[in-house]
Design a protein around this ligand. Structure first.
Ligand code: FE2
Ligand code: FE2
Length: 276
């Protein structure tokens, strides 16, 4: 009915026809301009979506999740509602925060890693996050030893942090070596379209499953340190090094969350889809 009415109106009214044509051209230009600027189309933001879906679709979502203590890397499969209940935050507040920051650039580079070539994502993970872990772990281990030496007697929880961080550093070193030497070269070869030949692990799902289990272990160590330090709250007698250590540990945690998010939520699902 409505279509017929518009057709009749256009047939009768040349001016209306002209206005509609101009409007169509304007809308078309706006759409192609968005595409050419590489702007990501944001899907509706709802509490029924999983944390992973929101972390991938909404550019600033990982910042919001990080700030509110919502696990978006290892616990990304849970619906937002469930994750909010675990973190003891209101779903409405989270949805509002996601909506408000929807136009903000993505963390790190502003790049939409869900659309970028897979090989570039792998290179980014290694050059940014693996390099960061490798350079920060010895510095942090030395800093922890120094702070434990001075404050360990009055703050026994620092030794717990020292043990947890040392285990985390060892696990991460072995984990990143497996990614850099076996899994990532295979994924890059697979993404190049030149065929990847036989692998030593059968389907790519096998090493991915192993990497994700190791990510869970790393997430557990981060939680352990956060709990031992009461969310990195500085005691009254903390010195400058104590403050530097807690700030650096919180930054290390944030970087590792982002690192695991890129692998668990973007790289690995894309690799599995590519193999299929
Ligand atoms: Fe990694
Ligand atoms: Fe990893």
């Amino acid at each position: 009915m409505a279509r017929r009415a518009v057709r009749n109106l256009l047939a009768e009214n040349k001016e209306a026809k002209k206005i509609l044509a101009e409007l169509g051209a304007l809308l078309g230009a706006a759409a192609s301009s968005e595409e050419s600027q590489g702007r990501k189309k944001i899907m509706p933001i709802t509490a029924a979506k999983t944390v992973r879906e929101l972390a991938v679709e909404v550019p600033n979502a990982t910042r919001v999740f990080e700030k509110l203590g919502i696990d978006y890397c290892c616990g990304g499969q849970r619906p937002l509602e469930e994750a909010c209940a675990s973190a003891n935050v209101s779903v409405d507040d989270v949805l509002r925060a996601l909506e408000q920051g929807v136009d903000a650039p993505a963390p790190d580079t502003g790049r939409d890693w869900n659309a970028a070539p897979l090989g570039e994502l792998v290179d980014h993970i290694v050059s940014k996050h693996h390099t960061y872990v490798k350079s920060e772990t010895p510095r942090l281990q030395a800093l922890i030893a120094k702070v434990v030496g001075v404050h360990g007697k009055n703050h026994p929880e620092l030794e717990q942090v020292q043990v947890a961080f040392s285990e985390l550093a060892n696990e991460l070193a072995a984990h990143m070596m497996k990614e850099e030497q076996i899994l990532f070269p295979y994924l890059k070869q697979m993404a190049s379209g030149n065929g990847c030949g036989p692998s030593c692990f059968g389907t790519v799902r096998n090493p991915i499953r192993m990497m994700m289990m190791e990510h869970d272990g790393a997430g557990e160590k981060l939680r352990e340190m956060r709990q031992a330090t009461n969310n990195y709250a500085l005691p009254a007698d903390a010195c400058f090094s104590y403050g530097t250590l807690f700030a650096a540990l919180a930054e290390f945690e944030q970087d590792l969350h982002q690192h695991i998010h890129l692998e668990n939520n973007i790289l690995f699902p894309r690799a599995i889809a590519l193999e299929q």
